[in-house]
Design a binder for this molecule. Structure first.
Ligand code: CP
Length: 311
């Protein structure tokens, strides 16, 4: 079993329920991973994913190895039949098989480059390991998805919902750098599995991949979208249509206490204060961001537990 996207969750309510049980007693299954090794390979930076996934593995009794592959590993080649006389030193075929000998589960973080949509959507790093590794693979954020984050978000919403069908809004925010679509994509996919009134709001031109959003409501008027919201998930992403471009940095879209109203604020972190969201929102008790980060441990823990049970 791999955990590559939200589609690998066979029952979201059951996984959320089980994750909350793990949270109540994190060491209850610490014999399940005894003698097993998790190898985390980072091609990009991380705080939460790196530490929470390690914590989850420790809670399950696993050993953990971490490598900053992007800065410390050999430059990998992904193309078949390439004459490797340029910058790449090692082929994914050997690298994935070698790491598989050291690990029982491999977890990979490899962001979108945002230069070439086709290349990003091919997910060459994640799929390279899926194709050539002989052990299960976990996606710790790839070009197009961040399913560990979305599972943590589902746990957080379940913990804080006061009605069976809450209104949840995904609201685009300004940002000085072009960011990938992975967090937004997986959040949309996760919300499509929930009983919720779910609305996406963003300026025109920031439409996500229509194949992902086709079953969701899009409202271009942010004020209209935010009316009566229970949860507001704020996230920047670059344009998908004009791939990887920043179309504008309109600060009108920054989340404020006034706009948030009675809703709870959500964000995956890291967040840029007073660009994406005001200090007031983060500091006034309506923010769930620290709890979301806490739930990253239990999202990872349920994923690792499911994989260990199937091995
Ligand atoms: N939300 C998230 O994935 O955080 P990191 O990038 O710090 O891992």
């Amino acid at each position: 079993m791999n955990y590559l996207s939200i589609e690998d969750i066979d029952s979201l309510p059951n996984w959320v329920k089980e994750a909350r049980l793990q949270k109540n007693n994190p060491r209850q299954n610490e014999s399940i991973g005894k003698g097993k090794t998790l190898c985390l390979l980072f091609f990009n930076n991380s705080l939460r994913t790196r530490l929470s996934t390690q914590k989850a593995a420790i809670n399950l009794g696993m050993e953990v190895m971490v490598m900053n592959f992007g800065s410390e590993g050999w430059a990998l080649e992904y193309e078949d039949g390439t004459i490797m006389d340029q910058g790449t030193s090692e082929h994914i075929k050997e690298a994935a098989q070698v790491v598989s000998q050291y690990a029982d589960i491999i977890a990979i973080r490899a962001f979108a480059g945002l230069q070439d949509k086709e290349k990003d959507e091919a997910e060459e790093v994640l799929n390279g390991f899926v194709n050539y590794a002989s052990v299960p693979i976990v996606n710790m954020e790839s070009s197009i998805g961040h399913p560990l984050q979305a599972l943590a978000d589902a746990i957080t919403i379940a913990e804080h919902r006061t009605k069976t069908r809450p209104k949840v809004v995904l609201s685009w925010a300004p940002h000085p750098k072009a960011l990938p679509h992975a967090v937004a994509n997986s959040f949309v996919e996760m919300m499509q599995l929930q009983d919720a009134d779910f609305v996406i709001t963003h300026p025109k031109g920031y439409e996500l991949n229509i194949e992902i959003t086709k079953n969701s409501t899009i409202e271009y008027d942010q004020d209209e979208a935010l009316k009566n919201a229970d949860f507001v998930y704020v996230k920047n992403w670059s344009s998908y249509l004009d791939y990887g471009k920043i179309l504008h940095k309109d600060s009108d879209w920054m989340m404020t206490e006034e706009k948030l109203g009675k809703a709870k604020f959500m964000h995956c972190l890291p967040v840029r204060r007073n660009v994406v969201v005001t200090d007031g929102v983060l500091d006034n008790g309506k923010s769930l961001v620290i709890e979301q980060a806490n739930n990253r441990t239990y999202a990872a823990q349920i994923v690792l537990k499911k994989i260990l049970e199937k091995k």
